[in-house]
Design a protein around this ligand. Structure first.
Ligand SMILES: [Zn+2]
Length: 491
């Protein structure tokens, strides 16, 4: 499968495209996971579709990966500041549930979205609450080495002790010291200094609290990721991913504390990869008028989760994408066309037999061999998924390719893009909703119209009956008159 193009990735550390060469037999890869106090929105999920694309690219290049995504179930203060209330505790109070219930509920919601988007499950999903002991040990070592100072509000990392602090963010520390975007903390020496441990204030009693050498409290958010990644991937590993917003602060702080803790003068992680934002701004899905749209809003509106995945992969991960209904409609239509054209080619080679199938077809079909080389070149060039998608579409229109060759190319693209083309049913994609997906309100509104139509017919008011039928059709409802009265279904 590896037809020879060197894999090159954009490393945020240094801001340049570099050859990727693994430093170990198995590549360690850590992706910052969700804080489980609310439903993940579509923008959040872009980070995991990106991490999954990277994993699939590495798999294509024959590079084994051990992937970790953490679940932050404590210790992330509201607005990602060092002080103030904990997001989980705020959510628990708002929803009148325990913090454990909140964490379990929103972790499940995150897993559901991961599965719906066909994201390969990571090898580990560590939960922060299971690592608090190790976080305390980690911070203790930093204190022993003189990297910290104590304040009444907690234990702080002294960023002045790290000469290249902020290199990842190309951070101007002097500038940031003046910047007003960082909250004021009494006694903090530099605005870039951050809490390793958040000690309870006088009269404050957190729900989630642990004893520590710095008083009862909770770990700082940045500390969690350093500790869990090192615990599961070893002191140094190759790849760390996250949204581009993490590049400026969270990852800067992870690097500072981890390199201080290691003390070996080596870079902690070799490659830092960040995905750009999904702009959710202008157009919101009807259902989520209050907040950012979720995957469930799309599926309830008749879109397939793979249409959203295809929409994301139609842009490069380092490009900002605007989420619009028009773009999503186009993605759903493209997916429908792909699935319809792929169907006669089934069964496709699966992930296990793909390597053999590509090697065989390369010997027998020159057109397929050329397309495979183009696919390899595209994915090796910093994961150019829009290009892979274009090759896939060209392949299905290419008259000179054998049918077997087409099947192999489709399977190769599918292994990289993760659209599930081998198993998607065109009927899943016609936007049809089944009646079970209707809300009680929608169902009542439809039944009211059907009853009004029946009444109009009984009164022989055909014009009115016809007008209601048109209204129902616009809602996607088909009414059938039977001897027992009218029945209805979604078209
Ligand atoms: Zn993190």
């Amino acid at each position: 499968m590896t037809t020879g193009h060197q894999l090159r990735l954009y490393n945020s550390l240094g801001r340049r495209i570099e050859d990727f060469s693994p430093s170990a037999a198995v590549t360690g890869m850590y992706s910052c996971g969700p804080t489980v106090y609310a439903f993940p929105h579509l923008g959040n999920m872009r980070a995991y579709v990106f991490a999954d694309t990277l994993r699939r690219g590495l798999r294509w290049k024959g590079i084994p990966v051990r992937h970790v995504i953490n679940i932050t179930d404590v210790g992330n203060a509201v607005a990602d500041t060092d002080t103030g209330e904990d997001k989980l505790e705020v959510a628990a109070a708002r929803e009148r549930r325990s913090v454990d219930d909140i964490a379990a509920f929103y972790t499940r919601a995150f897993f559901d979205d991961m599965a719906a988007l066909n994201i390969l499950p990571p090898d580990e999903y560590p939960r922060a609450t299971a690592y608090v002991g190790q976080m305390i040990e980690f911070a203790t070592r930093l204190e022993e080495r003189g990297y910290t100072y104590r304040l009444p509000s907690g234990l702080y990392f002294d960023t002045a002790k790290v000469p290249d602090y902020g290199a990842l963010a190309l951070l101007d520390v002097e500038g940031q010291r003046e910047a007003a975007r960082v909250e004021h903390v009494e006694g903090r020496r530099r605005k870039t200094d951050f809490a390793l441990w958040r000690t309870e204030g006088p009269g404050q009693r957190r729900i989630m609290r642990w004893d520590s050498p710095w008083g009862p409290g909770a770990p700082g958010w940045h500390l969690e990721c350093s500790v869990m990644s090192i615990a599961l991937l070893g002191p140094h590993f190759d790849i760390h991913t996250g949204g581009v917003d993490h590049r400026e602060l969270h990852h800067v702080n992870e690097i500072a504390q981890s390199e201080a803790w290691l003390g070996d003068g080596q870079p902690w992680v070799r490659y830092w990869l960040h995905n750009e934002f999904l702009q959710l701004g202008a157009q919101k899905m009807a259902k989520s008028a209050g907040g950012a749209p979720r995957l469930a809003d799309l599926t309830e509106a008749g879109y397939h989760p793979m249409a959203f995945r295809l929409f994301l992969l139609g842009g490069h991960y380092r490009s900002q994408l605007d989420f619009t209904v028009t773009a999503l409609d186009a993605a759903q239509a493209t997916l429908q066309r792909l699935v319809t054209r792929v169907q006669p080619l089934r069964p496709l080679p699966d992930a296990d037999t793909l390597a053999i199938a590509t090697a065989r077809i390369s010997d027998r079909d020159a057109v397929a061999a050329k397309l495979l080389d183009q696919i390899d070149a595209a994915i090796a060039a910093d994961l150019n998924t829009p290009k892979v998608l274009a090759i896939l579409q060209d392949t299905l229109r290419e008259p000179a390719i054998t049918r077997n060759g087409q099947g192999v190319i489709v399977a190769a693209c599918d292994a990289l893009l993760g659209l599930g083309l081998a198993s998607l049913d065109p009927r899943d994609l016609d936007g049809r909703r089944d009646t079970a997906s209707l809300t009680t309100g929608e169902r009542q509104a439809i039944e009211k119209l059907v009853a009004e139509r029946t009444e109009a017919r009984a009164e022989q008011d055909w014009a009115r009956a016809d007008q209601i039928r048109v209204e129902l059709e616009q809602l996607g409802v088909q009414v059938t008159d039977t001897p027992d009265g009218p029945t209805w279904d979604l078209r």
